[in-house]
Design a protein around this ligand. Structure first.
Ligand code: PLP
Length: 396
């Protein structure tokens, strides 16, 4: 016998990976150039050159015994200081090393926060469409998951629906901007109204409700007239998680952080609990080499213009073919309305055209599909005739 949650989670197939593996199989059978794998959010744009240069420099200059040693559990203090200074510069804040815990990407950060904060009976609210792993971590650490749908069309928060879902058990509200899978961003008005509502509810129930702001796509915002509110500046009880997987194209290196802003309720105990949760889960002193690299690349990103080009090309062409979607402001996903109500059936049909899409149902939003465009623009161009032919099977 094994714990039911772990057993079931291990046996359940992660559908995104199943589809992506199918794409790899098809590529081996018929040639990679004939297969359009839009299923997985694995950045195809290379990491910036400075990443390789810095890593080489570190390997050549830092004595091996030092470079390959354990660091303090939350990460090297001077690295956390550098991350804090970068945040302070960007957002006018006053963070320091003692507010930061370096993690193996956002996944570890999310798991640590759930473990650190949730008590038996606590509820975690997520918005749909959601990143499916939120529920895995929340439920895995004893939380009851409550899902509130975002408004159809603009994917902003339905404040009435959210208010109805909050009760004396609500402990965490997860928000994710730009959103995976919809690519949308909460407007300043939405964030202000959300913060007001949560403050009201905290006062009503007499305990903190934490926003868990999961923002691995923060740098992937494509239009100058769109700004992404920095949630900790609008709501004190924010725990902020970040990852360098997407902005620097380093998903395999597993590097990110948790920020506990000084104004968060019970800051010192919360930070201590995060350190303790990291210890309990074995998520501590992450990769030393990449810690050394971080201060040198904090203001760098991969060439994000490729994603913007892909987004613009796909939105304009797919709309011409008859697909419906909200133009995403960020991340590298399109959330497209399925031409038939059954999004699984549509994804199966897309496979006949060697186009790999992910059903919206796994993000809690049936009737849509996710198209991940973190691929090179040539792949997008070559996929367009297949996307057009696919739509014609519904319209002709
Ligand atoms: N959060 C969201 C919304 C994501 O889309 C992902 C990955 O795709 C993660 C968290 C986890 O990212 P990582 O663990 O690579 O940092």
């Amino acid at each position: 016998m094994f714990p039911q949650d772990a057993l079931q989670c291990g046996k359940e197939q992660n559908l995104i990976r199943v589809i992506s593996e199918y794409a790899a199989k098809r590529a081996a059978e018929i040639g990679a150039e004939k297969v359009f794998n839009f299923s997985i959010g694995n950045p195809n744009v290379p990491a910036p050159e400075i990443v390789t240069e810095t890593l080489k420099e570190i390997l050549n200059t830092v004595p091996p015994a030092q470079l390959h040693s354990y660091t303090p559990a939350p990460g090297l203090p001077w690295v956390r200081d550098a991350v804090a200074a970068d945040l302070n510069l960007r957002y006018g804040t006053d963070y320091s090393a003692g507010d930061l815990y370096l993690t193996a990407g956002a996944s570890a950060a999310l798991a640590i926060v759930m473990k650190a904060v949730l008590l038996p009976g606590d509820e975690v609210i997520q918005f749909a469409p959601y990143y499916p792993e939120y529920a895995i971590y929340a439920a895995g650490f004893g939380g009851k998951v409550v899902t509130v749908g975002l408004r159809a069309g603009d994917f902003q928060i339905d404040l009435e629906a959210l208010e109805a879902a909050i009760n004396e058990h609500t402990r965490i509200l997860v928000i994710n901007c730009p959103n995976n899978p919809a690519g949308t961003i909460f407007t300043q008005e939405t964030v202000t109204a959300l913060a007001d509502l949560l403050r009201k509810k905290q006062a009503e129930f007499g305990r903190p409700i934490y926003i868990l702001a999961d923002e691995p796509y923060r740098e992937l915002v494509y239009d100058d007239n769109v700004t992404l509110p920095f949630i900790p500046n609008h709501y004190d009880n924010t725990i902020y998680t970040y990852s360098y997987s997407k902005c620097l194209s380093l998903p395999g290196e597993r590097i990110g952080y948790i920020l506990v802003p000084p104004k968060a309720a019970e800051h010192d105990d919360l930070y201590a609990s995060i350190c303790g949760a990291g210890r309990i889960l074995g998520y501590l002193h992450i990769n030393t080499l990449f810690q050394y690299m971080l201060p040198k690349v904090l203001d760098k990103t991969s060439d994000l213009s490729i994603y913007k080009n892909n987004r613009d090309l796909l939105c304009s062409e797919l709309t011409k073919y008859g697909y419906e979607m909200a133009k995403p402001d960020g991340a590298f996903y399109l959330f497209v309305k399925s031409p038939e109500p059954d999004d699984y059936a549509f994804c199966e049909r897309a496979k006949q055209f060697e186009v790999m899409l992910v059903p919206g149902t796994i993000f809690g939003y049936p009737g849509y599909v996710r198209l991940s465009y973190c691929v090179d623009t040539d792949t997008v161009r070559r996929a367009l005739p297949a996307m057009e032919a696919l739509m014609k099977t519904y319209t002709e």
